[in-house]
Design a binder for this molecule. Structure first.
Ligand code: PMP
Length: 429
């Protein structure tokens, strides 16, 4: 195994020691606490992230999804710079937020009205509240391993940084009792549950492509099945498109798979690299949101002009060419990984679609959380550290998803595949 210390030298190590005095675990979000210490960022440029010790990495983490155009994309930074000169928060409406809402409505099939918030967490929290209000019911169905943010309703067997934590202390049982878990892609489990509890179930919330336990697509017909069973039983269908929104198609997973939910939650790409979340849906549902309706939702920084500007400028670049290139670069990566595995006679899983990908170190086909958890995490960790030593940064967990940006060239991907071949070989030693 390559010695990580050789690449990431003194400065990051010292900073991490210091950080641990002031920040729990030395970080502001759990997954960032890479062992033995994370590299500290100096700057990002295009497909690369630079650290304080003089290293640079081809970045497939991309801040966990928002940086669809790569780091510090000049037109976005310039638009934000212009906006900064005019102020950063107003507490009154702007024309820009109306324009961005119109753009979301134009792109996203279920969206007729939008509320901008500050994070994906706030978006799912508010969408669930709205679903409970309109149905007058309390329970929600969530899929094992799905991550919908860090709030109480959904912090039950989550993915992302919370994989393996069945719950968090401090989350009341009274809250999670209303959150019912089922395996992804399991129509029978959902049918049974809905039969028994349809009078109590307000919503089914899902990541249409699971992106917080690696990458798990829906099986053929699964989203259609969910659409049908929710429509027939007065249950609100919520697609959490915080990752897939604007990524896998202009209108997200609902366009990609041709299934329209009642509500959608968004974030990441929509803020163009700045804090942002949003939820949207059919007019008759969204009209229930305050002040038009009675369902409370508010925020000092909702629709803040910096994130709105960055989001608008980002969406301008997500045209047909972007989605076509994104498909072809994703294919290049997944085929390249498949070839490496075949040459090495290894039967691991290459997962993903569009610009999303992951390799699972397991011979088991992965369609749900339990199957994802059969992956060999030790092997993944060796793969991850070998990539880092070869100037490639992917999210530091088997249970995250990797992203390709518009800034990555086919040549960058070739270089990355060379590093990945070394990583896979190192994991097998
Ligand atoms: N939903 C999904 C599908 C996510 O991937 C995430 C974040 N990774 C969230 C919700 C929460 O978003 P945020 O971190 O902006 O609160």
């Amino acid at each position: 195994e390559v010695n990580l210390m050789e690449r990431i030298k003194m400065k990051s190590e010292d900073l991490f020691k210091d950080a641990k005095n002031y920040l729990p675990g030395g970080v502001d979000s759990p997954v960032r606490a890479i062992k033995p210490y994370p590299f500290f960022a100096l700057k990002g440029e295009g497909p690369r992230l630079f650290d304080v010790d003089g290293n640079s990495y081809l970045d497939y983490c991309l801040a966990y999804g928002p940086l669809v155009l790569g780091h510090s994309y000049p037109p976005v930074m310039e638009a934000v710079g212009q906006q900064l000169l005019r102020g950063s928060a107003y507490g009154v409406p702007t024309e820009a937020e109306v324009n961005l809402a119109r753009e979301v409505v134009k792109r996203v099939p279920c969206a007729e009205m939008v509320r901008f918030v500050n994070s994906g967490t706030e978006a799912t929290m508010s969408a669930i509240r709205l679903a409970r209000a309109v149905t007058g019911k309390k329970k929600i169905i969530k899929f094992e391993g799905a991550y919908h943010g860090a709030h109480d309703y959904v912090l039950v067997k989550s993915g992302s940084g919370a994989v393996g934590l069945p719950d968090s202390p401090g989350v009341p049982e009274e809250t999670t009792r209303n959150t019912v878990l089922v395996p992804f892609n399991d129509e029978e489990a959902i049918t049974n549950l809905v039969e028994q509890e349809k009078d109590e179930i307000a919503a089914i919330i899902l990541e249409p492509v699971m992106g917080n336990v690696g990458c798990i697509p829906p099986q053929k017909g699964f989203l259609e099945f969910l659409r049908k069973i929710t429509s027939e039983n007065d249950i609100i269908l919520i697609f959490d498109e915080v990752i897939t929104g604007f990524r896998i198609a202009s209108g997200g997973a609902q366009e990609y798979f041709g299934v329209t939910p009642d509500l959608v939650t968004m974030g990441k790409i929509l803020g163009g690299g700045f804090p942002m979340g949003a939820f949207a849906g059919k007019r008759e549902l969204m009209e229930r949101i305050a002040p038009q309706g009675d369902v409370y939702q508010a925020g000092t920084f909702n629709g803040n002009p910096i994130s709105i500007t960055a989001g608008m400028e980002t969406l301008k670049n997500l045209d047909k060419d972007y989605y076509r290139e994104s498909e072809s670069k994703g294919l290049q990566m997944r085929r390249g990984l498949g070839d490496i595995l075949e040459d090495a006679a290894l039967e691991y899983q290459v997962a993903g679609l569009s610009s999303m990908f992951q390799i699972y170190f397991t011979p088991t086909k992965v369609w749900d959380y339990a199957q994802a958890k059969t992956a060999d995490v030790e092997k993944f960790n060796t793969y991850f550290r070998t990539l880092l030593a070869n100037e490639v940064f992917i999210p530091p967990s088997q249970f995250e998803c990797c992203f390709i940006s518009a800034a990555h060239t086919p040549n960058d991907i070739e270089l990355t595949l060379e590093a990945m071949e070394k990583g896979i070989k190192a994991a097998e030693k």
